[in-house]
Design a protein around this ligand. Structure first.
Ligand SMILES: O=C(O)CCC(=O)C(=O)O
Ligand SMILES: [Fe+2]
Length: 181
């Protein structure tokens, strides 16, 4: 996966290793339909969450806004450029970069008049890869902030959890003693 490889390169970790880990990786698609509602404030839409993926590419098929992200601690509604794709940093990229990239918390509100359709493509490592901070960027100067686990276990744990804020990432965190928080 070229994009993940380039993002890894920016971290000065071995891009090739990251590309290999993503090669033949688990990819999934979620198509979400949001019917219009005259009282959007009463409708859940998609609850706040970060994506468990490495990266997510979002296509807002019919150009109806609704996506909000957390920026500097506050919710910020986004306006898409026509025909643009949105690329979200997911939890796995935050873990891999040992916290340098931040997975974005986001949610979606429904529109009062128009239906909204979005297609999300989630790009993940292969099942036999390990999810954890890149070994060549951690050390005494940069102690690992996240646990390591096999991708298969990561996926199982993720699906056993409620999609809520950044809870998946919190679950991966280690404190300074190396214990789970
Ligand atoms: O509808 C959207 O734009 C985003 C959907 C989303 O966050 C997801 O499927 O994880
Ligand atoms: Fe999402």
């Amino acid at each position: 996966m070229k994009l993940m490889g380039l993002m890894a390169k920016a971290l000065q970790t071995e891009a090739k290793k990251v590309e290999e880990m993503m090669d033949d990786g688990m990819q999934s698609v979620r198509i979400t339909y949001y019917p219009p509602c005259p009282r959007p404030e009463l409708v859940v839409g998609i609850t706040p969450h970060s994506d468990a993926s490495g990266i997510t590419i979002l296509n807002q098929v019919n150009g109806v806004d609704g996506l909000k992200i957390v920026k500097d601690g506050a919710w910020l509604p986004l306006t898409f450029l026509p025909h643009a794709l949105v690329v979200n940093v997911g939890d796995i990229l935050e873990v891999l970069s040992n916290g340098l990239y931040k997975s974005v918390e986001h949610s979606v509100a429904v529109n009062s008049e128009k239906e909204r359709i979005a297609v999300g493509f989630f790009f993940n490592p292969r099942f036999d890869a390990e999810v954890g901070p890149a070994t060549d960027i951690v050390g005494p100067e940069n102690p690992p902030k996240f646990k390591r686990k096999g991708m298969e276990q990561y996926v199982k744990d993720y699906f056993a959890m409620k999609m809520e804020g950044r809870s998946n990432l919190e679950h991966m965190k280690i404190d300074n003693d190396g214990c789970r928080q």
